[in-house]
Design a protein around this ligand. Structure first.
Ligand SMILES: Cc1cc2nc3c(=O)[nH]c(=O)nc-3n(C[C@H](O)[C@H](O)[C@H](O)COP(=O)(O)O)c2cc1C
Length: 226
């Protein structure tokens, strides 16, 4: 049986990011945002939706710039705190012991403790109702070099301990279940078993693994011998 809920958004999990804003160190601020996402790959574009009454709303509207800082388990407390306290009343960097770093392309700062900072310039502000959506172009991305493999150059985002937000609660990510496209990828052909001793050949041919092998896999050793 299914039950109907009144219309609302129940799209979870989401990231809960720390969005930094303001154009000078005296006004630099951050707020927690869950209504965020990617909207275009080329040009790279994303959005954040912010209520008009947020202190940050005025800063972002005025400067047209903000930075999306991804959050991690280590930033979990700060992520929550910055989402229930206002920059009108607190210096959130100081309260949370976080370090502002000058960004390369925008006047808003990065959070040094975040593994990924996405610098954004607002293209459009769309008034939707409760929230205004700031549609923005990504103008720069900075990552924590500690997560870059010095040999391969690969960025290990999976090792950063990213935080997820779902239905009012924060979670760490779980076990990896697959990678992009794995569902249709051909499984590597099973290695032919080592040549068994003649005595056990009958047993080998009875193994059910042959049935499960993909069509392209080499035929089981026992059959080929026939
Ligand atoms: C997990 C979480 C997600 C939030 N997501 C949003 C959001 O998407 N948009 C928004 O306007 N406020 C959101 N908030 C609330 C703001 O972060 C909060 O009101 C904050 O205190 C505003 O800070 P400011 O007044 O310094 O700008 C969220 C809060 C939490 C805890």
């Amino acid at each position: 049986m299914r039950e109907e809920f009144k219309p609302g958004t129940l799209i979870y999990p989401l990231p809960a990011v720390l969005v930094t804003c303001g154009s000078s160190p005296e006004e630099w601020n951050m707020l927690t945002i869950a209504w965020t996402g990617t909207v275009c790959t080329d040009p790279p574009m994303c959005y954040i939706s912010v209520r008009k009454e947020r202190h940050s709303h005025a800063l972002i509207s005025r400067t047209g710039e903000f930075v999306i800082n991804l959050t991690t388990e280590r930033l979990a407390r700060a992520t929550d705190w910055c989402g229930v306290r206002s920059g009108r009343d607190y210096d959130k960097f100081r309260e949370m012991g976080l370090t502002p770093l000058a960004a390369k392309h925008v006047s808003a700062p990065l959070i040094a403790e975040s593994p990924v900072a996405i610098e954004c310039r607002v293209k459009q502000c769309i008034e939707l109702g409760s929230h205004d959506m700031f549609l923005a172009e990504v103008v720069g991305v900075e990552v924590d070099a500690d997560y870059i493999d010095s040999e391969t150059g690969k960025f290990h985002l999976d090792k950063t301990g990213l935080l997820a937000y779902s239905h009012g609660a924060y979670y760490r990510l779980g076990e990896q279940l697959g990678t992009f496209g794995w569902s249709v990828r051909k499984r590597p052909a099973a290695k032919p078993a080592a040549q068994p001793a003649v005595k056990s050949a009958a047993k080998t041919s009875a193994k059910p693994t042959a049935k499960r092998a993909p069509k392209s896999a080499p035929k089981p050793v026992a059959k080929r011998r026939k």
